[in-house]
Each structure stands twice: as structure tokens, then as C-alpha cells.
Design a protein around this ligand. Structure first.
Ligand code: CA
Length: 216
């Protein structure tokens, strides 16, 4: 899962980016509105964390312009005294909001929820044969036993599971699992796929030659 954070407070931006990377997300950042919109329009993010008061375009303007072309789930960061603004946000196409100062766990939970909703999954649990993917706890179970899996491997399985039955191209996987600083490491994906197969069974992820990967 790849997230864009648009936030102009350097400390908040850095700590949020680090926390999300530790959760296994690929994270791109923008510290002003113009770069934020440029990134948001140019990349298929799984979700965007969007501050409202920004240098350049503000969060509302970004949201308004983005919604002309993309449905990317957006989590707005709002200040406590912006109650009316929050209503405006939901009306203008934001998917959810958190109030600053926020608890990181709340940001994680709301992000998972808007990503799940955008994939039309109403439940936390995806069952694929003997494998269960718990998207709320970000854990994987094989025959009801928890599997030791890295955050990035989890993200790979979750992305394929949310697109179950579809062939997901390598390019899509690169776009969703790695951020702009990592995407040149071209064999990383194969390593993760190979590790997941060792843990969940060789047949769990099918290779579609010349096309990509698929979970049936
Ligand atoms: Ca701000």
C-alpha cells in the first residue's frame, strides 16, 4: 500500500511518514499544496493524508481538483476548531478526517478503513483457502495459526488479496508497495514474492507470465 502525505509542518510530516513506513506502507511526501496535487494526480496512491492549511494550494483546492479525475481515498487532517470545515470536507469528497493533535493508532485505523472501503470490502477478514488475512490487525493466519511475516510481505499479500481474482501487474505492485526512493530496486519484488510463497505455499501466489501475479 502506497500513501501520499501532504503536510507542511516538517516534524509532523517526518514522524507520520516514519510511523507509516514502520507499519509497512510505502510513503511519498509533499510539504506544499502544489507538489501535493502534482503527486496525487500522477500516481495511483492507495490513500492520501491531506492537511488543510498548506503553502500554495490548500487542502480543499487539492481535493476539489483531484476529484475531477481520481477517487483516491483521502483522510483530511483538521484542526480542532474547524468543525464546519470538517462537514465541508466530507461534502466535497474527503473520505474521513482526524483532528489534530491526533493519535497515530487512530490515523492507522482510519486509513485501513478508507482503503478497505475503496476496495469494496466491508469486513476485516479476507479468507483464501486455508489463509486468512486480517486487515484490521495486519496479520496473516495459515490454518488459524499466525504466520511470521514482515510488514512489506504483509502489504504484498494484502494488495493481492484485495484484488483477488485479478491479475496484478508488476508495475502496479511496484507503484503500491514501494515509494519513489525505492522503486529502482528491481529485484525486491521477487524476493518478497518468494518469501511469501515459502510461508504460505508455492501455489498461493500464481505467476501470470508476462502479465504479473494473481491470488485465485
Ligand atoms: Ca498545515
Amino acid at each position: 500500500m502506497r500513501i501520499l502525505i501532504v503536510e507542511d509542518e516538517p516534524d509532523l510530516l517526518a514522524s507520520l511518514a516514519q510511523a507509516l513506513r514502520e507499519e509497512g506502507y510505502a510513503v511519498d511526501t509533499a510539504n506544499n499544496g502544489d507538489d501535493g496535487l502534482f503527486n496525487a494526480e500522477g500516481t495511483d496512491y492507495d490513500a492520501i493524508v491531506l492537511d488543510i492549511m498548506l503553502p500554495g494550494l490548500d487542502g480543499w483546492e487539492i481535493l476539489k481538483r483531484l476529484r475531477k479525475t481520481k477517487k483516491t481515498p483521502v483522510l483530511m487532517l483538521t484542526a480542532r476548531d474547524q468543525t464546519r470545515e470538517r462537514v465541508k470536507g466530507l461534502d466535497s469528497g474527503a473520505d474521513d478526517y482526524v483532528i489534530k493533535p491526533f493519535d497515530l493508532e487512530e490515523v492507522f485505523a482510519r486509513l485501513r478503513a478508507i482503503i478497505r472501503r475503496s476496495a469494496n470490502k466491508s469486513t476485516n477478514l479476507i479468507e483464501i483457502g486455508p489463509v486468512k488475512v486480517d486487515t484490521a490487525a495486519r496479520k496473516i493466519f495459515l490454518k488459524d495459526k499466525p504466520v511470521e511475516i514482515t510488514a512489506r510481505e504483509y502489504s504484498l499479500v494484502e494488495f493481492l488479496a484485495l484484488h483477488r481474482g485479478e491479475v496484478v501487474t508488476r508495475t502496479q505492485l511496484y507503484d503500491h508497495l514501494f515509494d519513489e526512493n525505492e522503486s529502482s530496486l528491481s529485484n525486491l519484488l521477487d524476493v518478497h514474492v518468494s518469501n511469501v510463497r515459502k510461508k504460505l505455499g508455492a501455489e498461493f501466489i500464481a505467476t501470470r507470465r508476462g502479465h504479473g501475479y494473481c491470488i485465485e
